[in-house]
Design a protein around this ligand. Sequence first.
Ligand code: FPP
Length: 259
Amino acid sequence: MFAFFNKKDPADMDDVQLDTNRIPAHIAVIMDGNGRWAKSRHLPRIAGHKEGMNTVKKITIAASDLGVKVLTLYAFSTENWKRPTDEVNYLMQLPVSFFDTFVPDLIKNNVQVQVMGYVDKLPAATQTAVNNAIEETKDCDGMVLNFALNYGSRAEIVTGVQKIAQQVADGQLTVDEIDDTTVDAALMTASLAPYSDPDLLIRTSGEERISNFLMWQIAYSELVFTDVKWPDFTAATLKACIADYQSRDRRFGGIADNK
Ligand code: FPP
């Protein structure tokens, strides 16, 4: 009960000042609350996803302007196929609309698109949109906008373990040589090195779970939860979440410098 009253939502902070030297290099976001945002306005769930896509555009530019190196967005999980067909179809068409309208802005802002997940299982039109965006932005060397599409952490780890087992079976690796680096290299975030692990993970809409997202990579991430639903998330909310992150003491299992 008291914990409830003491709990602070970073979004309640007004006009925060950020330390520009400590902007998290990799921010990952679980963009939750689209359906509830729509429902509270008596709109169909897909209206929430459409507004959520507009938020993606705004937050991409805001993160890039702040000097973030990688922004990973959980757009569709390996479990989201369980949703009604109409909603799945809409979510599959969103990357097509997004890239159709937004690639010129991405290029103007020097943002490179990457995608992690089982892309080959997506509908052909979605795959084409994604692959074209990757190709068109490949020379951009600013922020990486990394979409998790048909992504799930357990599936990613299973695939990674299979890759490593195959390397052992082929005699390229011994069991004793398997270490953290071997696992990092076998996961879908390998191409983001040296920023494979998020510094900050944000989940919107008041839910406080990981939902099969980047489970290996968030071992030492700071977790920030806000009640703000994704369609209402703004550049100011992002800054407030980063301010919360900057107030934390990251020790990575060690002790603070001043102790
Ligand atoms: C979870 O909210 C959100 C999703 C499953 C989809 C998120 C996708 C976007 C925000 C758009 C992505 C844009 C591109 C370009 C791919 P929910 O619908 O489960 O929310 P609820 O818990 O309120 O129902």
